[in-house]
Design a protein around this ligand. Structure first.
Ligand code: ADP
Ligand code: ASP
Ligand code: MG
Length: 406
């Protein structure tokens, strides 16, 4: 008997009809002999609705209460799905993260899973029950409700699959697999039959929200057999593979393109250059829990240096204020910024064994009159910062240039 974890995202459980449809399919699979643990998200739009409510009450809602609030979305879905399953004759049980128990650290709104006590899950499965677990949430050592960051139900599913050593973890969503890029932006994007965990990790962390980055980290660490499929149509979806390094010779040059819209860039100019400058500037920003992404420090002319870096757009104003506060102490000239930028990244393990990829990328952007503001590379990815208004064009042209639509 195979042991399967299935996760359904917000759109897949967005209405009562859809919850009923999910229940019908689960019952069929259960009858066909699968032991099933089901992880669900909040109904689509619900998490955003709850966040809006909080923002109407307070400019800075307390993190602990925010988690109490947003975790309710998933609690609604587990109850409704369990009812639907019970109505169809299975003695299903729903569990919140705290009830399972999914133990996390205490970092509200971006907690990390520490361990999962799977006793209840295993015992229910042994009694023939379908087990329904709330995604996105856990509990810290003091009993506080925590959440795992937007898209966190993916991570719940993979972590549960790792804990119970499931034969497969299936992520059901509103597209039928992982594509060469977001099919909503490039209709010519192609579904991939397989993608390496390494590439998927890059794509996710560079903005492809089809899987939460941490879920892919978990999958890689515990080698969880992971597949992304459509919850609306039948199909094989996309399998995440764990290939050894070295197989990249046959790999396509580029496997996918990811992008991130809400970025901002800041520059502090004319800082007297001496050891420790980057630390002096970026230290206070990291202390403020602002995530700095691409960083460039210019070679200094006349003993002065410029430091440019990107942050999430939501952190642009606080970051600007921090930099203005440093100008005098550092003896810097001034601070500049632009909060209308975006990041486009190409990803592929094939880059390891082929040259010329960067060239093709830069030439394609140049031919289309798209100015590159910053560049950052690693072994299997190249990212560029461009003006926000050029983002979609850049993604489409690169998709064509690397023949991903063929
Ligand atoms: P769910 O609510 O099921 O968790 P998400 O909205 O989080 O679904 O993720 C699915 C979405 O991810 C798709 O609708 C698609 O627009 C987007 N997406 C971005 N990049 C990709 C990609 N490379 N392949 C497939 N989908 C992608
Ligand atoms: N409901 C949460 C969100 O919207 C978690 C998830 O859907 O994975 O981010
Ligand atoms: Mg998601």
């Amino acid at each position: 008997m195979s042991l399967i974890v299935e996760k359904f995202g917000g759109t897949s459980v967005g209405t009562v009809e859809r919850i009923n449809a999910v229940a019908d399919k689960l019952i069929k699979k259960h009858e066909a002999g699968e032991k099933l643990v089901v992880v669900v998200s909040a109904m689509s739009g619900e998490t955003n609705r709850l966040i809006t409510l909080a923002n109407e009450i307070s400019d800075a809602p307390p993190a602990r209460e925010m988690d109490v609030l947003v975790s309710t979305g998933e609690q609604v879905t587990i109850a409704l799905l369990s009812m639907a399953l019970q109505k169809r004759g299975n003695d299903a049980r729903s569990y919140t993260g705290g009830q399972v128990t999914i133990r996390t650290d205490n970092v509200h709104s971006k907690a990390r899973i520490l361990d999962i006590d799977d006793d209840k899950i295993i015992s229910d499965l042994d009694q023939g029950r379908i087990v329904v677990v709330a995604g996105f949430q856990g509990i810290d050592n003091s009993g506080n409700i925590t959440t795992l960051g937007r898209g966190g139900s993916d991570t719940t599913a993979v972590a549960v699959a790792a804990a119970i050593k499931a034969d497969e973890c299936r992520i059901y969503t509103d597209v039928d697999g992982i594509y060469t890029t977001d099919p909503r932006v490039v209709p010519e994007a192609k579904r991939l039959d397989t993608i390496t965990a390494e590439e998927m990790l890059e794509l996710a962390s560079l903005g492809a929200k089809v899987l939460q980055t941490r879920s892919v980290e978990f999958a890689g660490k515990y080698k969880v057999p992971l597949r992304v499929l459509s919850s609306f149509e039948d199909g094989v979806g996309t399998l995440i593979t764990y290939e050894e390094e070295g197989s990249s010779m046959e790999a396509p040059l580029i496997s996918g393109i990811a992008f991130q819209r809400d970025e901002a860039k800041l520059t502090i100019r004319g800082i007297p250059d001496h050891p420790g400058v980057a630390h002096q500037v970026l230290g206070p920003i990291s202390d403020a829990h602002i995530n700095v992404d691409v960083i460039i420090q210019n070679a200094s002319a006349k003993g002065l240096t410029d430091l440019t870096f990107t942050v999430p757009r939501a952190d642009y104003q606080p970051c600007m204020e921090l930099l203005h506060g440093m100008v005098d102490t550092l003896g810097a000239k001034d601070v500049k910024g632009d909060d209308k930028i975006a990041k486009v990244s190409i990803v592929g393990v094939g880059m390891r064994s082929h040259t010329g990829v960067a060239n093709t990328m830069f030439k394609t952007l140049a031919d289309n009159d798209i100015n590159i503001q910053m560049i950052s590379t690693s072994e299997i990815k190249i990212s560029v910062i461009v003006d926000e208004s050029k983002l979609e064009q850049a993604v489409k042209e690169l998709h064509k240039a690397f023949e991903l639509d063929l």
